[in-house]
Design a protein around this ligand. Structure first.
Ligand code: BES
Ligand code: ZN
Length: 900
């Protein structure tokens, strides 16, 4: 394992690669134990490259057999080779030259799942970010783009299907009986988009016609026997393809597009050109094995990877500091795709609330994952300035906040302007490796056209500042002049690395789009007269630390609905009267803002409960919260999916994160008591709702209405169980017994485990017996147990001792270890819990550093916890920090956490 663990790479140090690589030919003799790779690379010096400039290639965990330049074999003294670099001296002529390398790699021993590896009895690759160097020596950086020919040779008995990027050109049988295939990718690409797959697969396919009338072959490959579970994935792929044509005018640039499901995969999925490789969890679905949530996630992930074909593959990143260029933009595109799919076919008013469900879920993820990151030792701008291990920077900030920064540009430009900006981006940069600045420049060109004299100078700061800005507001209503003066203030404290710089420079203000609406005291929407028009909502552009806006013709004293649709990734700092929040929670016509007000109201109740509990005082009056919940329960105009969001308490993690100090055990206590009270006090209504939403016997469909009904019904069941309602356990057991799909059976079982674990041991056994052959379903079986309040460290260890458990399959490790360490708050925050975390980080570190580093991040915010938790977490971090054999990945995380 590598030990040069603390080297920092800086964005400012970028310099172009001195050689141009035009053509790559890779020949693989595939074998699980030892694969031989022959690589032929056509180089020419860049225009500025002085003769004699060394050619530097990266390699990792591979064995070099031979090197040639222009057909001349080099001896070991002709080149420099160490653990991770191969340095060659190109011909002094300055002419183009060809490097031919032969090397070995060892897929079966590769437990990192980066480079070429074995999963089951198949071979897969994963090259982003820097996995290609584990296959062969190469300029492993995204700005070196080339055309690839790939020859795959293998025993057809073991590997009947051989896939790589692009188009299949030739297939033949060799004299020794092996099969050989040649793939050619017509589009230049960086090596991180290379892929190969070999094995025995089911394949389903369909030909679709692009809007310009070209036929394209769409295929989904999965394990033998799983083909029948891939229909939904293929449908989603076709939807994504047509959506990108409709909404973005972007057409598929290949004749063939393949998705392959892998059982062992570090991440969710990967956008390799024309050959996306997916975690099987985001491909396989049928009603009996997949929940509604899984169906939606599959749609989202397939959309995401497909959309990368333009935003990532056609136009890629110049360097790894620019990941948000492709990820933030592609997350935004996926969010819009998913929202459009939810709203498809609905009338305008219903469409808005259907889309809001997706917005709510995305903002929820942002607040749960990204806000804590921005408040901790790993805080970084969406375009980071430095890293030690790039694998650690595929973060919620780069992805989710990155998508918010794109969304703000969409808000500022409008849909038409944004699409014009996208067009300009592709006009300027198609086929190039570019930077976030290049993207903003294209968008800015449209903005400046729309608003002469204005530009994105201030907006750009979103790319260089870390931390979540805080927004304060002040309203002054003058009844005589019927004017409302709204003053907005912004502030963003130094975060993460910024805070550790010796001289903290003041952070200049950001350009923040603030969407607002006005309600009167009865909750009626009031029209806003603004820039010559009358509107329900307007967007104020805040560019200064403090700025005032005056609205005229405001007839009655208004209640402000602020940050509609979550128009910017900020925290509103101004506490407003509970009565205002309650009014917004009942009446705001913006469905996002209405949900947000409900959540804020509930959070304030919970936080007050935590303060009371610590002071050993009585918990605050629950009546106001009950009244809100009652109103949401009775509002028949709401879609079930939206109602489910409205009636869910804020996540426990959000509650913990909002506490000062963070106090997990108190939060668990108060959250649980509040849920129980809402369950018990509204029992009749939950019961009625539960009955009304019973399955009507129609065939399963994952559509938003049917899945919304199931989600709301499961929520009602959970409240009934939490409230210890007399009949609840019987209802849950009955739901499990009669379930006709996984959403119902898993919903019942998970709720029982949370609230009545003594009543479900037999069901757990039954579930295991039924599903032991299906690894994805078994992951859920593990996951609901590992996160149950009765699951102590001893119990999670017992789960890990079962024959079904393995640390080598990331999905299984996540189902047990991550679910325990992330979701089982009460048992994690114990001395044994802290030991368990350290032990598992180290165990994973030895096998799979990428996955280990993700688990390591669970203790990022240790310093903000109450003393007992803080000391326990700090000791566990130190134990990891000083362990032998630490990977660079884990080292970066724990050392940054401890140095904070
Ligand atoms: N390019 C990434 C996959 C990736 C990330 C590979 C990090 C290597 C390192 C892919 O497009 C991606 O973003 N996948 C996400 C899922 C997506 C729906 C947000 C993932 O794998 O989590
Ligand atoms: Zn992505």
């Amino acid at each position: 394992m590598r030990t040069d663990i603390a080297q920092t790479i800086y964005r400012q140090d970028y310099s172009p690669y001195p050689y141009r690589l035009s053509q790559v030919r890779l020949e693989f003799d595939l074998d699980a134990q030892t694969t031989q790779v022959q690589s032929t690379l056509h180089f020419e010096p860049g225009p500025q490259t002085p003769p004699g400039t060394p050619l530097v290639l990266q390699g990792e965990d591979i064995e070099l057999l031979s090197v040639q330049i222009d057909g001349q074999a080099l001896s070991a003294t002709d080149y420099y080779l160490d653990e991770d670099t191969l340095r060659l001296t190109p011909p002094a002529s300055g002419k183009p030259f060809v490097v031919t390398l032969v090397n070995h790699c060892h897929p079966a021993r590769n437990t990192t799942l980066m480079g070429l590896y074995v999963s089951g009895d198949k071979l897969f690759t994963q090259c982003e970010a820097q996995g290609f160097r584990r296959i062969t020596w190469f300029p492993d950086r995204p700005d070196v783009m080339a055309r690839y020919d790939v020859v795959l040779r293998a025993d057809p008995a073991a590997y009947p299907t051989l896939l790589s990027n692009g188009n299949l050109i030739e297939q033949s049988t060799l004299p020794d009986g092996r099969r050989q295939t040649l793939w050619r990718d017509p589009h230049p690409k960086p090596c991180y988009l290379f892929a190969l797959v070999a094995g025995d697969f089911d394949c389903i396919e369909r030909t679709e016609t692009t809007r310009s009338g070209r036929p394209v072959l769409l295929q989904v490959y999965s394990d033998r026997g799983c083909g029948k579970q891939t229909q939904w994935a293929l449908d989603c792929l076709a939807h994504a393809m047509h959506w990108d044509e409709r909404r973005f005018g972007l057409e598929l640039d290949l004749d063939r597009f393949m998705i392959v499901a892998a059982r062992d995969f570090n991440m969710g999925a990967m956008e390799n050109k024309g050959l996306n490789i997916f975690n099987a969890a985001y491909v396989l679905a049928d009603p009996s094995t997949a929940t509604d949530g899984a169906y939606r996630r599959i749609e989202a992930v397939i959309g995401h990877e497909y959309f990368h074909n333009w935003t990532g593959d056609r136009v890629t990143c110049r360097d790894w500091f620019q990941i948000s260029l492709k990820e933030g933009l592609t997350v935004f595109r996926e969010q819009e795709f998913s929202a459009d799919m939810l709203a498809e076919g609905l009338p305008a008013n219903e469409a808005a609330s259907a889309r809001a469900v997706k917005r709510i879920d995305d903002v929820h993820v942002l607040r749960m994952m990204q806000f804590p990151e921005d408040a901790g030792p790993m805080a970084h701008p969406i375009r980071p300035d430095s890293y030690q291990e790039i694998g650690n920077f595929y973060t919620a900030t780069v992805y989710e906040k990155g998508a918010e920064v794109i969304r703000m540009q969409h808000t500022l430009l409008g849909e038409t302007g944004f699409q014009a900006g996208m067009k300009e981006y592709f006009r300027r940069h198609d086929g190039q490796a570019v930077t976030c600045d290049d993207f903003v420049n294209a968008m800015e060109s449209v903005y400046t056209q729309q608003q002469p004299g204005q530009d994105f100078t201030v907006f750009r700061r979103w790319y260089s500042q870390a931390g979540t800005p805080r927004l304060q507001f002040e309203q002054r209503y003058d009844a005589d002049t019927q004017t409302l003066q709204l003053t907005l203030r912004q502030h963003c404290a130094p975060a993460g690395l910024e805070a550790r710089q010796p001289k903290v420079a003041a952070k200049p203000p950001l350009h923040i789009p603030v969407a607002i609406g006005l309600l009167d005291a009865n909750g009626q929407a009031m029209p806003i007269h603004w820039q010559g028009g009358t509107h329900d909502s307007i967007v104020l552009e805040l560019r200064e630390a403090q700025q005032s806006f005056t609205l005229h013709d405001v007839r009655r004293p208004p209640v402000l609905s602020l940050l509609r649709g979550f128009s910017a990734p900020v925290i509103i700092d101004t506490e407003r009267p509970g009565s205002e929040l309650a009014l917004l929670a009942r009446c705001d016509s913006d469905p996002f803002a209405r949900w947000d007000a409900t959540q804020e109201f509930a959070l304030r109740h919970l936080l007050a409960g935590m303060r009371a509990h610590r002071a050993q005082a009585a918990l605050p009056d629950i009546e106001p919260l009950l009244a809100l919940w009652q109103a949401a329960l009775q509002d028949a105009t709401l879609s079930p999916a939206y109602q489910t969001r409205l009636l869910a308490l804020p996540a426990l993690r959000e509650l913990i994160d909002r506490g000062t100090p963070m106090d997990p055990q108190t939060a668990v206590h108060v959250w649980t008591a509040t849920q129980a009270a809402l369950g018990a006090r509204l029992a009749d209504q939950w019961q009625a709702l539960y009955a009304a939403l019973a399955d009507d016997g129609s065939p399963y469909s994952p559509d938003p209405v049917a899945s919304g009904r199931r989600a709301l019904r499961n929520l009602a069941l959970e409240y009934l169980l939490a409230g210890k309602t007399a009949d609840a356990t019987r209802l849950a057991r009955q739901q499990y017994a009669q379930a006709s799909n996984m959403t119902e059976s898993l919903g019942a079982l998970a709720a029982l485990l949370q609230h009545a674990p003594q009543d479900c041991a037999d069901l757990l056994r039954d579930f295991h017996d039924r599903w032991q052959h299906d690894p994805l379903v078994l992951d859920n079986w593990f996951g609901i147990q590992a996160s149950a309040p009765t699951c102590t460290v001893d119990q999670v260890r017992a789960l890990m001792a079962l024959p079904d458990f393995t640390l080598r399959t990331p999905n299984r490790a996540r189902a047990v270890i991550f679910r325990f360490c992330m979701d089982n708050i009460a048992n994690l925050h114990t001395p044994e819990g802290y030991d368990f975390w350290a032990e598992q980080v180290l165990a994973l570190n030895a096998l799979n550093p990428e996955v280990a580093a993700r688990l390591a991040r669970a203790f990022d915010n240790w310093a903000r916890y109450e003393p007992t938790a803080r000391q326990g977490m700090q000791a566990a971090l130190q134990r990891v920090r000083f362990a032998a054999g630490l990977s660079r990945n884990v080292h970066e995380i724990v050392s940054k956490a401890l140095d904070a």
